[in-house]
Design a protein around this ligand. Structure first.
Ligand code: FUL
Length: 481
């Protein structure tokens, strides 16, 4: 009898558990809205910022574009220390380093078997050196990802302009870089395409290049108008006020392109190709001593940060090593300041775990309620029902709080959705909502700078979206810098 009773208690408990499980399962997450990012693109996006290193014969000839006729002997850094470069990148908050393994002059920073125009014919380390090796080793030591810039435009190669021959040469060089240096996380293709020495124009075989990257570097994203990450369309590091991660690769010509689409993306684009904002910390991409006093100010770098990382893009900041083979002290100091400022500004999320109330939430399930945008976790999100493309969320901060930065995120694993929104605060004196800011896109991350505001309640209203919104973060900060 006792045995039967226990059995009964157990079966009631089991049934209750099953019912809970069933009701939890019954809550369905929104279906992905294509296109969505792939795993490599998500890793890329989460890095936020990475560092460019322009280094090569131009560093010694004091030029921006070499003509390929440089004597390899001019490449002679007296004190090259790749660990110093990578440490500075890490101290600056950068998660990856990208080296110009070969710029337009064709000079290779590794001893390529396919050309004499490389470090092997330079006096540096008696021709036994390999800058690609030193940087990739330093990245491993400091825990940063590593990538390569391999310029398709090559002003030295005798094959350039003889399309099939040069394409083979380029693929061979890609193979060297993608097999001999461990994990490569980005391959960066410049679209520039100049005249060959024989007067002919080179037809790049992008499909062949792409194939070899996919084969040898399965974890890499390709930066290219036809790759995984697109160019934002300018070299100032600034994205536009609207920035979709979607895009139509097929309608864009490499090296030319539809400037508008590069900048803003395309809400009906069929490809997921988020934008990278590249910019140099100095006027030039390569080091020039007379630019030592032209290193961008902290204010300028912060502005770039807000308009790149804070505009649904990644920031690719160039810091060029000098003729010694070191990053200049002023640049290193600025990187540190930059990291300190960003860390300090985003140290305390004033809305974290505060009480939230949404106009509605998906299937009335706690799994998608307002708290999910305020819990500090990107993988949980406030969502609306299918077909519902507007709604609002009020965060109650419990007491008046002063802020000037608002950070929003969408759960982009399900696609980028929001196309219009605004933010207002409850004005206690006027007893009304007062608009503070409005925007169009959010994507992975959007940061709004607003006037210093003190309020107890702040409201995010999604005015329009491509499908029901999925908001994973609504955060407030008070900047110190
Ligand atoms: C450009 C190049 O021509 C510049 O020299 C630099 O490498 C920049 C990142 O890309 O297109």
């Amino acid at each position: 009898m006792q045995k039967n009773k226990n059995l009964k208690i157990w079966s009631v408990a089991a049934a209750a558990m099953l019912m809970t499980a069933v009701s939890m399962n019954a809550v369905t997450a929104p279906a992905p809205l294509d296109p969505v990012p792939n795993a490599n693109q998500l890793v890329w996006q989460e890095r936020g910022q990475y560092m460019f290193l322009h280094f090569g014969v131009n560093t010694f000839s004091n030029r921006e574009w070499g003509d390929g006729k440089e004597d390899p002997k001019i490449f002679n850094p007296t004190n090259l220390d790749a660990r110093q470069w990578v440490k500075a990148a890490k101290d600056g908050g950068f998660k990856m380093v990208v080296l110009t393994a070969k710029h337009h002059d064709g000079f290779c920073l590794w001893p390529s078997a396919y050309t004499e125009h490389s470090v092997k014919n330079s006096p540096w380390k008696d021709g036994k050196g390999d800058v690609v090796r030193e940087v990739s080793d330093a990245c491993k030591e400091f825990g940063l990802d590593f990538g390569v810039y391999l310029s398709p435009w090559d002003r030295n190669s005798p094959y350039y302009g003889d399309s099939p021959k040069y394409n083979e040469y380029y693929v061979n060089q890609l193979r060297e870089l993608l097999t001999n240096y461990g994990k490569i996380s980005i391959v960066w293709w410049d679209g520039a395409c100049g005249e060959g020495p024989n007067g002919k124009r080179q037809e790049y075989d992008w499909d062949a290049y792409l194939k070899v990257v996919r084969e040898l570097a399965p974890e890499a994203v390709i930066f290219s108008d036809k790759g995984d990450v697109r160019w934002v369309g300018n070299e100032n590091g600034l994205a536009k006020e609207t920035c979709w991660s979607m895009y139509n690769r097929s309608s864009v010509e490499i090296g030319g392109g539809v400037q508008q689409q590069m900048g803003e993306g395309n809400p009906v684009g069929g490809d997921w190709a988020p934008a990278e904002c590249d910019v140099s910390i100095r006027p030039g991409w390569f080091y020039h001593a007379d630019q030592d006093d032209k290193v961008k100010s902290l204010t300028h770098l912060l502005d770039i940060y807000y308009r790149s990382v804070g505009h649904n893009c990644c920031l690719h900041l160039n810091v060029p090593p000098n003729q010694q083979g070191l990053l200049a002290p002023g640049d290193v100091a600025r990187l540190k300041e930059f990291h300190e400022a960003v860390s300090e500004n985003f140290k305390t999320n004033l809305a974290l775990k505060k009480k939230g109330k949404a106009s509605s939430f998906r299937e009335k399930s706690r799994k998608f309620n307002a708290a999910k945008a305020l819990d500090g976790k990107r993988e949980t999100y406030w969502a609306l029902d299918d077909g519902q493309t507007s709604g609002s969320l009020v965060v109650d901060l419990r007491k008046p709080v002063t802020f000037d930065l608002i950070l929003l995120q969408e759960y982009i694993e399900l696609g980028q959705r929001v196309s219009a929104y605004h933010i207002d605060f409850w004005d206690e004196t006027k007893k009304e909502w007062t608009e503070l800011a409005k925007g169009t896109t959010i994507g992975y991350k959007w940061i709004l700078r607003v006037p210093w505001t003190t309020a107890r309640k702040v409201r995010l209203t999604i005015d329009d979206a491509r499908a029901c919104p999925t908001i994973s973060s609504f955060e407030l900060y008070q900047s110190s810098y």
